[in-house]
Design a protein around this ligand. Sequence first.
Ligand code: FAD
Length: 501
Amino acid sequence: MHLNPVNAALAVQLGLCLISTVAAEQQVFAPDENSLETPAQTTKERIAIIGAGAGGSSAAYYLQKYSNYSYAITVYDKNDYIGGRTTTVNVHDDARWPVELGASIFVKQNLNLVAAVQEFGLEIRTAELGRVRKMDNVTISDSIGIWNGKSFVYEAQSDSSWLNMGKLLWKYGMSPIKARSLAKKTVAKFLNYYSSVYFPFKDLTTATQDSGLTELTGETTLKYFTKYGISKLFTNHIVQAATRVNYAQNVHQLHALEATVCLAADEGLNVEGGNWKIFDNMLKASGADLQLSTAVSEIVAAGDEGKFLVLAGDSSEEFDQVIIASPYHQTGIKGLELPIKKVPYMTLHVTLVASTKRLSPAYFGLADGAFVPTMVLTTMPETGAAHSPPLFNSVSIVRYIPELNQYVYKIFSPSKMQPAFLQLLFEQGAEFPWVYEKVWNPYPRMDTIEEFQDWKVHEDGIWYLNGMEQFISTMETSSLAGANVAALIVGSANKTALSVP
Ligand SMILES: Cc1cc2nc3c(=O)[nH]c(=O)nc-3n(C[C@H](O)[C@H](O)[C@H](O)COP(=O)(O)OP(=O)(O)OC[C@H]3O[C@@H](n4cnc5c(N)ncnc54)[C@H](O)[C@@H]3O)c2cc1C
């Protein structure tokens, strides 16, 4: 038996959640060269997409897929790269050593992403979570520890899953099994979002009610898990370690759907060279006119034919429809008043450091020379404990560079990692020849929610994808939002019979 919460904890450290699709039903499509090049291009319906991340790229890709290239699409992004929150940075500025700076992991059941990977012939790396990992030809025995600021409340060697299983059951009773079962049932319900049961769903609120998932989005993780007989100890240790690394949020506040899907994760995947390549290829396949380094500043109504003027950079263009594929209140877009609810986003500091040294046993209260887990997740101290909470959400090795004998660590934290703190966190005498810091607004605050943002935010054709993030915030769900809105647009134009993605 494969008992997953340990693996899940490993998996979630890498930021993955299991969201499956029924991609087997996806129709294969290839650009219709004629429709890309014909003079008819100018007479095609024009759609502007704002944002070249997972959502915007998927919207462009599926719009053309479902309509056999019926649209003239322009994709704007204020960044000079494709991918948005899915992007890499090169260690020591060396293209041989890219590491994910944002979304790092998806799973094989994320079949929207997996189908795209296959279609575009991208190479996948498998981090076989819960096993000894080979990194750059060096075998690193993965291990995991959950740190509460004073001591490890849980530790596991990941190369011995049966031992881990015994350990989990010994410490947490039946809770791991109950949690796993809840996760499986939840994923099964979610699968319907991809099938003809719901797809394309006109609004997320109704689909969530009909699927029974409002019970989870409407409840905090702690309350929901307690209701289903999962011990507080297990929820506070294993589940919370997962929610903190994945969403920088604790179980008393984050809704239960987000936590539950994380526990269904098995094996982490990423694209060799960077997950952004999926979205780069989607955009290429869509034949969209890509305008990078071009911030959209305003959307206004154009004339009385229900069209829109999109002001971007120094120019403005007219479009029939507009898809906003970025958290709206972070875009700075002005003009039309759109009924998009303001949602608070978390702040997350991602610090990447290269060093020949590993984490310090002394910092973690261990004896000199003791082994510190390669992946340290965190939880909060027990109520009433005298010590402070951890200063970081997670720290783990993401790469080893044999040529330099350097480990690359990734640290997630709510505030900046000060140099003096890094000296304490790592073995004595540690030097950091390469440090990279990035502050993200990575995901929304996942408060309990029962009513979701509508897709359509202007009756003449302005659509908004990122309400999806309050349901589940991942590359896959952004892609699903893009596919869903594409299907709604194409379906309403009655262009073709739709099949599910
Ligand atoms: C550190 C971190 C770790 C994560 N880990 C994972 C993980 O392991 N697995 C996973 O699935 N997800 C993970 N996520 C979440 C995942 O990255 C997001 O859910 C997903 O990428 C969102 O895609 P999106 O297209 O909706 O938004 P974004 O990727 O944010 O794309 C929006 C784009 O819109 C552009 N834009 C904004 N305003 C304007 C404007 N005015 N004009 C033009 N362009 C504009 C932005 O530049 C951006 O490129 C992680 C996120 C972070 C930050």
